[in-house]
Design a protein around this ligand. Structure first.
Ligand code: SF4
Length: 177
């Protein structure tokens, strides 16, 4: 009788574990993030804040919101508070910079990164072409005269609203008019 009771308890525990596993898988799917372990966060969910990554050769510094380790590869994740029907180019380049920073600091080249908007997640491949684009953008920025005024190059208010420099930018469109 006692053995039967233990068997029932054991079976219940196994079922409970399976249920919790299924719930955590479902939550992972809801967030749009792939299976994997979140290694690092600066969103405030973790109190310990890591130092930003640094690439002395290209002069890049920064840290993505998350880095996920999945099947031996690192995936940077950038979380945006806005919705988007397609990824903004500036966000893609930001993610590319995180891929480069991860490559330099870990010695392993990420094959992709994720941009998570409020309504969907975009997977961006870190291709050689994207790396070349990043490099030429870095060179372009380096060649700019920091004392000169750079005029706004677009007329998109939504782009300004999702821009990380908006607070300090006197050209942001939602302030015009
Ligand atoms: S806020 Fe300023 S820097 Fe940002 S996208 Fe708008 S114009 Fe460009």
């Amino acid at each position: 009788m006692r053995l039967e009771l233990w068997s029932i308890l054991f079976a219940a525990l196994v079922i409970l574990s399976a249920v919790f596993w299924l719930i955590s898988r479902a939550r992972m799917k809801q967030t749009g993030l792939p299976d994997g372990r979140v290694r690092y966060s600066d969103t405030g969910a973790w109190r310990k804040v890591e130092k930003p990554y640094f690439d002395g050769e290209w002069g890049l510094v920064g840290k993505p919101d998350y880095v996920i380790e999945s099947k031996g590869t690192l995936i940077p994740v950038e979380v945006k508070s806005t919705s988007a029907e397609s990824p903004y180019e500036s966000h893609v380049m930001q993610l590319a910079a995180y891929c480069r920073l991860l490559q330099v600091t870990s010695g392993h080249r990420p094959v992709r990164g994720l941009i998570k908007y409020r309504n969907r997640v975009f997977e961006i491949e870190y291709t050689a072409e994207l790396e070349r684009k990043l490099k030429s953008l870095v060179n372009e920025v380096r060649s700019l005269d920091p004392t000169s005024d750079v005029p706004r190059s677009h007329h998109s208010a939504s782009r300004c609203r999702s821009c990380g420099y908006a607070e300090n930018c006197d050209q942001r469109l939602d302030q015009v008019g």
